[in-house]
Design a protein around this ligand. Structure first.
Ligand code: IVH
Length: 678
């Protein structure tokens, strides 16, 4: 065998070992170290290597571990409307909060809102699109905005209607559903998947529907996507109708009202849980009325009208080997317990969060302690309690490190408003702290920011350690020659990375602002700031110290932006390093101007402010309506204001007087209603 060939085989075998490791982490441990995308890229690279070198194919190594080589190259299709996720509730208080938020938003007073309760099936979501009653598309969730065309795989599920008929059916109907494997079928399968959910996911991801067919998938329909024309008035009516059209809906769903019924249903289903032939991990409570759902709308990631009420977490006993600290992108220091590996709810856990210094003090958690941990959903497991009786007599109280991993002293901030000390200790060096800087980079490439596929957390770690990236703009000037020589990187994965980096150069102003990772500037605040600055040119004036003060003062007028956010922006841009890093990044990007929501809306280009309460609408809803109609909502009176909308309940007289003086048009509650209905 010539030298070159034997080298290729050696390196290929090494890669196969690595793939095996990732397979185990993903399929057995349910604890992947790389993203699905990184995994796919890596796997495709091996397939490509085999295709290029027949002698590798003959070894039959890939075939053995991945079966028929799936290419996972499904066609990507944009969802008609995004597939969002749900926010979670873990106890009665969380559910009370949810009810309160709904009531406040809708300004309901003495009414108890009707909810629809459904089991939360622990499977994989998919969406089915019917045109004139015929199933034309079937997509996976994907990243929520774009899904993959998995129609042929979905068609292996015989109970999914290919068509439905009736004298009166919508032109377009999108039915969202959860695909799952029954517990009995899962046991029969004897697969090496850790749980039925992973097996369902694995089956749906098969390129070849004949492979999917081998794993018996089932489904429950639970929701709507696009419907044309509007057809249903409530969730209960929707499910009843589609059931008549032949869809399978969960029989344990029902309407409920008030916290007692919510708790009772939660308890009843928790008791039933083990007897069901499918996994459920909680209940989903939805506002039943579709009109109210529409009014409530969504936040950035989840609807305001629904919540997942999870069953209590799974618990396990283990021992703390070591307590280490981690540094977050805002410099927050989080203590983490490294524990003896233990299985909690089918997943091997070796880390548990200890939240912050106060929590360690309060629970007197020490190295060597026997502890109970719990794991709820995908979040990092928590330490619930310490068994003091099992404590070694020689054990010592844990002394929380006062220094960051970079060596700098950390501090707890004192709130200017409440004068209270923050529970979290922080490193304040920002990009000067290499641990904070690395986390900032991870934030920058994440889905909500630049969204660079193929550049996940693990890759950033790798590139950071090798000094391939040191600051954001380096991402756009990578040394691909160096990367190519690294384990796990080949032509295909490099080309994919190049393409996704190029794609990420085009970005909206609000995403760009969010991606900077300024403390207290989350997605919603970034949107408000983008609406204020409109162009990157205006935003860049923040870099000029002589203009900054004036700009920051005018930010006060924005509804939603307060002194906490303003101070944070000020402290970010007063650091030379942050300014330089931001300018370097801007030079690599093409930042789109902020798009006014609705150019033809009733309040297009207008600035509004509200005072007083409305009869049937909360301030939050009024604000959302104004914004959806192209308006901008300010939080204080100024010459820039076009309208002051005055609600009947306790308006501020001073604001009305100020508005009159400045000749600002005043709109009464009745006029507001009339405009909205016009
Ligand atoms: S409603 C905006 N209802 O849970 C999302 N989801 O965490 C509305 N799921 O992606 C989702 N059973 O895959 C809804 N009865 C149910 C569900 C359910 C399972 C899954 C679904 C969704 C995820 C949200």
């Amino acid at each position: 065998m010539n030298k070159n060939k034997s080298d290729v085989i050696k390196s290929f075998k090494k890669k196969i070992q690595l793939l095996k490791k990732h397979n185990k982490l993903y399929f057995i441990d349910d604890n992947p170290e790389i993203s699905d995308r990184e995994y796919d890229i890596f796997k495709n690279e091996l397939v490509e290597l085999e295709n290029q070198n027949n002698f590798l194919k003959e070894l039959n190594l890939l075939e053995k571990i991945i079966g028929s080589p799936p290419s996972n190259k499904f066609i990507k299709i944009k969802h008609l409307s995004p597939m969002l996720s749900l926010s979670n509730a873990f106890d009665e208080n969380d559910m009370r909060d949810f009810l309160k938020k709904v009531d406040n938003f809708l300004n309901l007073k003495n009414e108890t809102i009707q909810l629809f309760s459904e089991p939360k099936i622990d499977g994989i979501s998919a969406t089915l699109i019917y045109e004139k009653g015929i199933l034309t598309k079937g997509l996976s969730r994907g990243d929520g905005v774009t899904g993959e065309d998995i129609l042929n795989n979905l068609k292996t599920i015989k109970t999914i209607p290919r068509k439905f008929e009736g004298p009166n059916i919508p032109h377009l109907l999108e039915v969202r559903c959860e695909i799952y494997i029954s517990k009995k079928d899962f046991i029969k399968l004897k697969s090496n998947f850790a749980n039925p959910r992973n097996a369902a996911g694995g089956s749906l991801r098969q390129k070849n529907p004949n492979e999917t067919k081998k794993i018996p998938l089932r489904y429950f329909a639970y929701g709507t996507g696009e419907i044309n024309p509007d057809f249903f008035s409530s969730q209960s009516e929707f499910l009843e109708k589609i059931k008549r059209w032949g869809f399978l809906v969960n029989p344990l769903s029902k309407t409920v009202k008030g916290i007692n019924e919510i708790e009772k249903q939660h308890e009843d289903l928790d008791n039933l849980r083990s007897s069901l032939d499918y996994d459920i991990d909680g209940l989903v409570y939805k506002v039943n009325d579709f009109n109210l759902q529409k009014r409530l709308g969504n936040t950035s990631n989840s609807p305001r009208w629904a919540i997942a009420y999870k069953f209590s977490a799974e618990k396990a006993i283990t021992k703390i080997k070591e307590i280490v600290i981690q540094v977050g992108r805002t410099g927050a220091i989080t203590p983490v317990a490294k524990v003896e590996p233990v299985t909690v709810g089918g997943v091997v856990v070796s880390n548990a969060t200890l939240h912050n210094e106060d929590e360690i003090q309060r629970k007197d958690i020490r190295v060597g302690d026997t502890i109970q941990i719990q794991r709820a959903g995908d979040v990092i497991p928590q330490v619930v309690s310490v068994n003091i009786e099992k404590r070694d007599k020689k054990s010592k109280k844990f002394v929380f490190p006062k220094k960051c991993l970079c060596g700098a002293l950390t501090k707890k901030e004192v709130s200017k408003n409440t004068k209270k000390e923050d529970a979290v200790r922080r490193c304040f060096r920002g990009y000067d702290c290499s641990y904070t800087a690395r986390e900032k980079l991870k934030h920058l490439v994440s889905k909500e920011s630049l969204n660079i596929e193929g550049l996940g957390k693990r890759v950033i770690d790798q590139f950071w350690d090798l000094r391939i990236v040191k600051e954001p703009s380096d991402i756009f000037n990578l040394d691909f020659g160096k990367i190519k020589s690294l384990e796990g990187w080949g032509t295909l994965s490099i080309n994919n990375l190049k393409a996704s980096i190029e794609k990420s150069r085009q970005i909206n102003l609000s995403k760009f602002i969010y991606s900077l990772g300024i403390r207290h500037i989350g997605q919603e605040n970034a949107k408000i700031l983008a609406g204020f600055f409109v162009t990157i040119k205006e935003f860049s004036k923040l870099f000029e110290s002589n203009k900054r003060d004036q700009i920051l003062t005018s930010l006060v007028e924005l509804d939603g932006i307060g002194s906490t956010q303003i101070n944070s922006v000020e402290s970010f841009f007063s650091k030379e390093k942050n300014k330089k890093i931001t300018i370097n990044l801007i030079n690599e990007l093409k930042i789109n101007n902020y798009e006014i929501n609705n150019k033809d809306g009733k309040f297009s280009q207008k600035k509004l402010m509200f005072t007083g309460g409305f009869e049937n609408m909360s301030r939050s809803e009024a604000k959302l309506i104004a914004e959806n109609n192209g308006g901008k909502v300010l939080g204080s009176i100024s010459k820039k204001l076009d309208f002051l909308v005055v609600g009947n309940s306790k308006p501020t007289k001073k604001k009305i007087d100020q508005a009159r003086k400045l000749n600002i048009k005043i709109i009464s509650e009745n006029e507001w209603k009339r405009i909205l209905n016009s």
